[in-house]
Design a binder for this molecule. Structure first.
Ligand SMILES: [Zn+2]
Length: 268
């Protein structure tokens, strides 16, 4: 370790000196963890490749810029980042925009989401209308019940690429796991969004009943658990650490209305 007045002299090593510290089991464990975290920070959160950049989780585009907000409001405080390789960062940019569309289209979102839609999203659509046109290609008019305000609204439902959404959420889950637990997650992840409903002519009712049940169970399970995240109007998350033999899980809250529950499955 280091040399000093209290170092023990080892004659076999000539003039070199070493100090044997009795650091105790607890401190030794903490030290081991620090070393491991330093090594971890040098590789990507998804794979073992070298870190080449830091990636925002959730994507930075979800958080409104100051120019689109009233004076003094900052919704980009202490954004979470994780180390990432080129492959797992660069290929995500279109997915990030897609996720933004899906999350902002949720009817029970807060006013931050609505403002974000009218500013940032409208600019993005003007710049590159093709992605948005693709996004709304399969749409139909619906009457939706806003349960928060207890109002009925004429709006439209858009059929989304559910696999793409869940795959992005899975990446987010692994990144948040890395951030929160300082460890990579190598098992599988199950994704349950509360706010994406089925419009299937035959199976919609059954599917939506399941989604509603799952949402109620998740709300109950996470009730009263601490929320993390410095910009809760945009994003915050809760963690159930998997004690009592239950899988570790997280509940993500976007714009006060769009919720996603994640299970980190021990098997598989
Ligand atoms: Zn990677």
């Amino acid at each position: 370790m280091s040399s000093g007045r209290h170092g023990t002299r080892n004659k076999a090593l000539g003039n070199s000196r070493s100090t044997v510290l009795n650091i105790g089991e607890e401190f030794g464990f903490a030290l081991q963890q620090i070393v491991q975290e330093m090594l971890m920070a040098k590789t990507c959160y998804m794979c073992d490749s070298k870190r080449t950049s830091y990636e925002h989780v959730p994507p930075k585009c979800l958080f409104p810029e100051q120019k689109d907000l009233p004076d003094g409001v900052d919704l980009r405080k202490d954004l979470i980042t994780v180390p990432s390789c080129d492959v797992h960062n660069s290929k995500k940019s279109e997915d990030d925009e897609y996720i933004l569309y899906v999350l902002l289209m949720n009817i029970s979102n807060n006013d931050v989401a609505k403002n974000h839609f009218l500013t940032k999203l409208m600019r993005a659509i003007e710049r590159n209308p093709s992605l948005f046109n693709k996004f709304i290609r399969r749409r139909e008019p619906v009457v939706a019940h806003d349960t928060v305000r207890d109002e009925f609204q004429e709006t439209m439902a858009v059929q989304i690429d559910y696999k793409r959404f869940c795959s992005s959420m899975e990446h987010m889950a692994r990144a948040l796991h890395f951030h929160h637990f300082k460890r990579k997650w190598s098992g599988s992840v199950s994704v349950y969004p509360d706010f994406l409903l089925s419009m299937h002519p035959v199976s919609a009712r059954k599917t939506n009943e399941k989604i509603e049940k799952m949402a109620k169970a998740a709300s109950f399970m996470f009730d009263g658990i601490e929320c993390h995240g410095k910009n809760p109007d945009v994003f915050e998350y809760q963690v159930a650490d998997g004690s009592n033999g239950v899988d570790k899980s997280m509940r993500l809250h976007f714009f006060g209305g769009a919720r996603v529950t994640l299970f980190f499955n021990k098997q598989g």
